[in-house]
Design a protein. Structure first.
Length: 294
């Protein structure tokens, strides 16, 4: 990693999350009454950028939003978290929207209308990562733009992190430019398993397992397991995104991989105990308190 690079740059999606708490998903043709809910800033990219900033790293975020009220909500959330936002505005397409059912026990079901997220160009993505020490991306925006950002970051000497979510085969072609790949168990299976991911170029694979913690797979080495923090979850919608953002922040701050994973697990646990993915309860202090409780 070059000494001239600094902070975290996140390239990805930005949505307005419409959340309703329900005991179960509705059946076809059924109207189901929810208990409560609200509007929250969301999208994997935005969630991860906010988590990175709230974890203490200078962070900027590159995305496309519409020229609408939802975009203003997202911009305000980013500003409140201290994220430097590089938001392109689409005059033709509205801001992305996610419809979230927050289920009993902390699980969720989500439907996403991508909207302006589909308009992120390779040129804007590359410009968004310039100068960053760590670049973090996901797959809710065009794959070609993600690939271009990772390639530019690798050439510049940055540490590159790809959260291959949602899983798509295009991720395999990006792995030569990925230092750390983060996938959950379902995504890992869809992409062919850890060995295939190593063979495609991902030397470090972080396999997230929800309440089962995470397992670090380094090519040619024994796996290392990091246990999850025991909590009573309220809403797990943004827990994985908080994990990724805090992981990027910790690496940018100089932590080794094992220590970064512990802090990332703590960040996910903090967010899972709150409603909404961008809770201000996430902070260096709340992460440190959980880490020290072990």
């Amino acid at each position: 990693m070059s000494d001239t690079l600094a902070g975290v740059a996140v390239v990805g999606s930005a949505n307005l999350d419409l959340v309703v708490e329900v005991s179960r998903p509705p059946l076809v043709g059924e109207t189901l009454l929810g208990r409560s809910g609200g509007r929250f800033a969301g999208g994997k990219g935005l969630n991860q950028a906010v988590a990175s900033a709230r974890s203490g790293a200078p962070t900027r975020f590159c995305a496309v939003v519409g020229e609408d009220e939802a975009a203003e909500v997202l911009a305000e959330t980013l500003a409140d978290a201290g994220v430097v936002a590089a938001l392109c505005r689409s005059a033709a397409t509205p801001t992305g929207v996610a419809y979230v059912l927050a289920l009993d026990g902390g699980d969720n079901s989500i439907i996403v209308a991508a909207g302006a997220n589909a308009e992120l160009s390779s040129e804007d993505a590359v410009a968004g990562v310039e100068g960053a020490a760590v670049v973090l991306a996901q797959l809710e925006v065009p794959a070609a733009s993600v690939a271009a950002a990772l390639r530019a970051a690798r050439i510049a000497g940055a540490c590159t992190i790809l959260n291959a979510a949602p899983a798509q085969q295009a991720a395999i072609g990006m792995l030569a430019d990925v230092d750390v790949l983060v996938v959950n168990e379902t995504e890992c299976v869809e992409l062919g398993g850890v060995e295939r991911l190593h063979a495609a170029g991902a030397e470090v694979v972080v396999l997230t397992q929800g309440a089962g913690g995470v397992t670090l797979h380094r090519a040619g080495q024994d796996p290392v397991h990091v246990a999850a923090f025991p909590i009573d979850p309220v809403d797990t919608t943004g827990a994985g995104d908080a994990f990724c953002g805090a992981l990027a922040a910790s690496i940018a701050q100089g932590a080794d991989m094992e220590a970064a994973l512990v802090r990332a697990c703590a960040a996910g646990a903090v967010v899972a105990q709150q409603l909404g993915a961008t809770t201000p309860q996430l902070s260096p202090a709340s992460i440190a308190a959980l880490v020290s409780s072990r």
